[in-house]
Design a protein around this ligand. Structure first.
Ligand code: PLP
Length: 403
């Protein structure tokens, strides 16, 4: 038995299901097994050369030391300019903190805001890290479920009912991981008004706001309901839109006292995010070719989304909402629960179904349990169309063999 006594909070914490599965599938691929990996949470495109070039120039010119904890001023100015252009909202560079990914910014937000037992309302299906991050900060995630039948739009009355005396914030993510669904403007506006009425922080995880399809136009709740801006925390980053997941740069904008608190947390934990990556992110957000590069990647993702959605909905028993953004589909697979595999095992859950798909079809996705959607599986389409077609043909065949 180990002599190490772990903190109860960490003992009770879930591992990141997506990272665990992705590592397992990559290990199978390294052994030479032909397994199709639909677990990825990152674009398959390389980081554009002009961005990598800016990082190389930063290294060569000696920009390799610590920076201000909150990030370099030119980058914070560039973020403010982007938010003005993309959202129509005005912030000051001192209302911005640059962190080690949107993930760290979110964690620092909960660390700065919550007292033990304070609640944050989270909408399911949700990104896997939301509940654990809130728990790590001593808070309690309160989950409001949405239904596939409603296109995963949240019922604002249910959201209101979930708010109690300990509620400090509502967290939204649009377009969402794992469903790809974007909240309608009227829903977004109602959530913003609810936050104003109840004196809550509205945190918006906008990591996928540039990756939208079919003419969908992203609006921040701050643009829809100007009164909410005083209590709005925008979480963004370069990981997804600029294919920069490994560079680890994200940011938060919000009320200055809260941002200052987040900077304090960052100062005592990780200090500034990687200096070289900050210069790369600066190029991403300001370079002349930026918008065209993003548009080209988004156009390719839209082609993949269309093909993935077409193939998924052609499989009997799978139901799926057509995503407006991100690069995931989240079909309901529960019509297969209770069936038997050819070797006699009962499929009782999305995890069982996924194990069957990995074992026999050599296709991997992520079971919905970790996203608060246990009847679903998440498939990522951050891969080429040929892979999507091959993988979905295998899924269709394997599901057809269940009795
Ligand atoms: N938010 C959502 C919804 C995500 O899917 C991710 C990454 O998968 C993140 C935040 C964090 O991204 P990063 O830390 O790379 O900025």
């Amino acid at each position: 038995m180990s002599i190490v006594r772990l903190s109860p909070v960490v003992q009770g914490l879930a591992s990141s299901a997506t990272l665990v599965l992705n590592a397992r599938i990559q290990a199978m691929q390294a052994e030479g097994i032909d397994v199709i990996n639909f677990t990825a949470g990152e674009p398959d495109f390389p980081t554009p050369r002009r961005i990598s070039g800016a990082a190389i120039r930063a290294i060569e010119s000696g920009l390799t030391r610590y920076t201000a904890v909150r990030g370099i001023l030119p980058l914070r100015k560039a973020i403010v300019r982007r938010i003005a252009l993309d959202y129509g909202l005005r912030f000051d560079p001192d209302d911005v903190v640059v962190g080690n990914g949107g993930k760290q910014c979110l964690y620092n937000l909960w660390r700065s805001l919550l007292e033990p037992g304070d609640e944050v309302v989270v909408i399911a299906p949700y990104w896997v890290s939301y509940p654990p991050q809130i728990q790590l900060a001593g808070g309690v995630p309160v989950v409001v479920h949405t239904r596939l039948e409603d296109g995963f739009q949240v019922d604002v009355k249910a959201l209101e009912a979930a708010c109690g005396p300990r509620t400090r914030a509502i967290l939204i993510n649009s377009p969402a991981n794992p469903s790809g669904v974007a909240l309608r403007d009227d829903v977004m506006a109602d959530i913003a008004r609810l936050c104003c009425e109840r004196d809550l922080i509205l945190a918006t995880d906008d990591l996928y706001c540039k990756m939208v399809y079919g003419g969908f136009v992203f609006h921040s709740p701050g643009a829809l309901v100007p009164e909410v801006v005083r209590r709005l925390v925008i979480i963004g980053g370069v990981s997804k839109a600029y294919a920069m997941t490994g560079w680890r740069i994200g940011y938060a904008l919000g009320p200055r006292s809260l941002i200052d608190a987040m900077i304090k947390v960052q100062a005592q934990s990780t200090s500034n995010p990687c200096t070289i990556s900050q210069y790369a992110a600066l190029e991403a957000l300001t370079g002349a070719a930026g918008d065209e590069e993003v548009a080209a990647m988004v156009a390719e993702f839209e082609r993949r989304r269309d093909r993935m959605y077409e193939l998924i909905t052609a499989i009997p028993g799978l139901e799926c909402v057509k995503p407006e953004g991100a690069f995931y589909v989240f079909p309901r697979v529960s019509s297969y629960f209770g069936r038997r595999t050819p070797d006699g095992r009962i499929v009782a859950s999305a995890t069982d179904l996924l194990e069957y798909l990995i074992d026999t079809a050599r296709v991997a996705g992520v079971p919905g349990d970790a996203f608060g959607g246990p009847e679903h599986i998440r498939f990522s389409y951050a891969c080429n169309v040929e892979t999507i077609e091959k993988g979905m043909a295998r899924v269709a065949q394997a599901l057809d063999r269940l009795r």
